[in-house]
Design a protein around this ligand. Structure first.
Ligand code: SF4
Length: 406
């Protein structure tokens, strides 16, 4: 995750004080764990990486197994659990699991589609003390309902936002941009303000699960840049006005480089300091600072790697699976810098971006260390002579869509 607002607040402080604030990121000892506790979902969204449907799935982790894993995660210094699904509220013991996680001292987030949150459910969520609830919106009413394949889904999710806000729960809107919903981004950002939502999570489309089917319809890179310009400006204004709004992005670590380019244009005197900060962040964290456990207990480098099983928590503790670098993908993901090739290997900003999203490279080329085809920066912007990169994947100059060379 790329915390746009955090850097904007630092830049605003630098402008105000005449010096860049003295901050250093301390990496947590354990990874943030996104835990898909149940695969069942009441919706069948077009972009669902879990390919969920509204029926029970066999072989999911039992409550006792979840507790055993949770104890291991605690010992392994995992700081954050994001409880997800499917729709996590369909798991009958979700509140029991959340309560235990809170008692053990985890920061506990809930990732939900929001459609099952009525007043009694909002009361339970508020009473449970979730640290954060993320609710997905793909666009305004018409588009969201189309994406979610359910009429009334938008109203139900927005209703959940209002019910939770009224109870003081910290909420974020999560939006995954494709070329089908890019036009709704400004309206969603306005909605965030109107509804008093604290956080806006902008997710780039990744090529996994049902999202993989949409590769050819992915938002093209010009629209991505427009969207980021909009997010950066909004985050900058919020930071200058001292408003505690958080804009974050995910699934494309080139965003860090793009922010540096934004600062080069708007606040050039802080570029060196910002570069240092962005290099501390280091870009992509899959397999390193972010982990995923699926509903059957299989461990993955992140939620987009469900086709790559690192091992089951039923057979080995998570801590053992996560530390095992005899597994080639994990060995590479944990290497710094990562053994990336092509444009990423030659990129002047590799220390910021970390080589971006390996699953995209793997899904498009079969090689997890190939250049990320989702990088929307030009050769010149990454320090290459124009046309020097891209040995296997080319970007068409007009719409800048990805095409794989034969
Ligand atoms: S070329 Fe690769 S490493 Fe460089 S910014 Fe793009 S995705 Fe990141």
């Amino acid at each position: 995750m790329f915390r746009i607002s955090q850097y904007m607040r630092e830049l605003a402080a630098a402008e105000r004080d005449g010096r860049y604030p003295d901050v250093t990121d301390r990496k947590p000892r354990g990874p943030v764990v996104i835990w898909n506790l149940v695969r069942r979902c009441n919706l069948t969204c077009k972009h669902c990486y879990a390919l969920s449907a509204d029926h029970d799935y066999p072989n999911e982790l039992s409550n006792a197994e979840v507790n055993t894993v949770m104890d291991d995660l605690k010992r392994f210094h995992v700081p954050v659990l994001i409880l997800s699904g499917g729709e996590p509220l369909l798991r009958p013991d979700i509140f029991e699991i959340a309560a235990r996680a809170k008692t053990l001292g985890f920061y506990v987030g809930l990732s939900t589609n929001g459609t099952l949150i009525d007043e009694p459910m909002a009361d339970r969520i508020a009473a449970q003390g979730f640290d954060y609830v993320g609710i997905s919106l793909d666009g305004l009413r018409e588009l969201h309902d189309k994406f979610r394949r359910k009429q009334g889904a938008f109203d139900a999710s927005l209703g959940a936002v209002r019910l939770l806000r009224a109870r003081g729960v910290k909420i974020g809107l999560r939006y995954t941009m494709t070329d089908m919903n890019a036009a709704d981004l400004p309206a969603l950002m306005r909605l965030m303000h109107e509804e008093g939502v604290d956080k806006f999570y902008f997710s780039h489309l990744n090529y996994a699960g049902r999202g993989n089917i949409h590769r050819g319809r992915d938002a093209h890179f010009a629209a991505t840049r427009d969207a980021l310009d909009r997010l950066f400006d909004a985050a900058w204004f919020a930071a200058c006005e001292g408003r505690a709004l958080d804009y974050v992005s995910g699934n494309n670590d080139a965003d860090g480089v793009y922010l540096l380019m934004w600062a080069q244009r708007k606040l050039p005197r802080w570029v060196d300091a910002l570069r240092t900060r962005l290099e501390q962040w280091g870009g992509n964290a899959s397999g390193l600072h972010v982990a995923n456990i699926d509903n059957e207990g299989h461990v993955h480098p992140d939620t987009m790697w469900w086709h790559h099983d690192l091992g089951s928590v039923r057979e080995r503790p998570f801590s053992a699976i996560w530390s095992d670098v005899s597994e080639p993908l994990m060995a590479g993901l944990k290497r710094q810098p990562r053994p990336v090739t092509g444009r990423c290997g030659a990129c002047a900003h590799l220390a910021i971006c970390g080589g971006n999203t390996r699953v995209r490279a793997q899904q498009v080329t079969g090689d997890p260390w190939a250049e990320d085809p989702g990088c929307y920066l030009s050769d010149a912007e990454i320090g290459l002579a124009e046309g020097a990169g891209a040995p296997r994947v080319a970007v068409t100059p007009f719409h800048q869509r990805i095409r794989v060379l034969p």
